[in-house]
Design a binder for this molecule. Structure first.
Ligand code: GLU
Length: 278
């Protein structure tokens, strides 16, 4: 088998709103890259956030993809069907003392006032990493809500220097420590974006991650997790985001140019594809 045939790409939307033109562009980039290489294109629904993900948004993703004529190879993977797999990864990291439970609330972290800002927002000051094991276990036993954070300094030391391959830019050095002790299991679920996306790219054999440049920085954390778990690393190709007429990036929250709205207004799919700037 030639290298070209091993290309596996994916589109991994979260059903937290309606897809817009930016998502259509991301899906098309991933499916074209696979098709050009005679590879496979996968669709994955990243729905671990039960508070924000809705079945109607997932149904809308399927309808939008069908309208665009973008078809995934093989079954759609839904992250909510694989929570036990993420829990098993967490167990392994916990057994290596790479995780600690954190009981802080968002407002406590904000109030601590000492949280410097990392590339991904505020960096957690590490308060709960200092709790004794027995104390933390008793709070868990009492049912206190908690997330699980990575002992970043420890993990980065074990992993040593890291880089990732960005298409067209070569090897990029990683600095995962700039993100601090990131959350690998949210309070409401046994997983987090960083853990689940990295696990799934590996388990699904994804060889080329194409995604928007707003996620480029997260790759530093993903490379660290891949290294800690001995998961093979894909190549990455981060693409520029579509912007609206004022230059602002399109956002689900603004309901900007949702695909279903364009469809309802009678826009022919050919016109949508033409507007994707590909
Ligand atoms: N689920 C993520 C999102 O909708 C994208 C994940 C990724 O491509 O790494 O923003």
């Amino acid at each position: 088998m030639t290298q070209a045939h091993t290309i596996v790409t994916r589109f991994a939307p979260s059903p937290t709103g309606y897809l817009h033109l930016g998502h259509a562009r991301a899906a098309l980039i991933a499916s074209r890259r696979a098709a050009e290489a005679g590879g496979r294109f996968l669709l994955r629904i990243e729905n671990i956030d039960a508070t924000r993900c809705r079945p109607e948004f997932e149904a809308a993703i399927m309808a939008d993809m069908a309208w665009l004529g973008i078809v995934g190879d093989g079954p759609v993977r839904r992250q909510s069907d694989h929570l036990a797999d993420y829990a098993a990864v967490l167990d392994k990291l916990r057994a290596r003392d790479l995780l600690y439970p954190c009981f802080c609330t968002r407002s406590e972290i904000a109030r601590s006032g000492i949280a410097p800002h990392g590339p991904d927002g505020p960096v957690y000051p590490g308060t709960c990493s200092l709790l004794s094991r027995d104390h933390a276990l008793s709070r868990i036993a009492a049912g206190e809500p908690h997330c699980w954070r990575l002992r970043m300094a420890h993990a980065a030391e074990i992993a040593g220097p890291l880089d990732y391959e960005e298409e067209g830019r070569g090897l990029i050095g990683c600095d995962p420590e700039a993100f601090g002790d990131v959350v690998l299991a949210r309070k409401d679920c046994r997983g987090s974006y960083h853990l689940c996306v990295t696990h799934d790219d590996w388990v699904q054999g994804v060889t080329l991650v194409t995604r928007g440049e707003e996620l480029r920085a997260a790759t530093h954390i993903h490379r660290l997790l891949q290294t800690m778990m001995k998961w093979s690393a894909p190549r990455y190709a981060h693409h520029a985001l579509l912007t609206d007429a004022s230059g602002a990036k399109l956002s689900k929250r603004d309901g900007a140019l949702s695909l279903r709205q364009l469809r309802a207004e009678g826009m022919p799919v050919e016109d949508v594809l033409r507007r994707l700037d590909l």
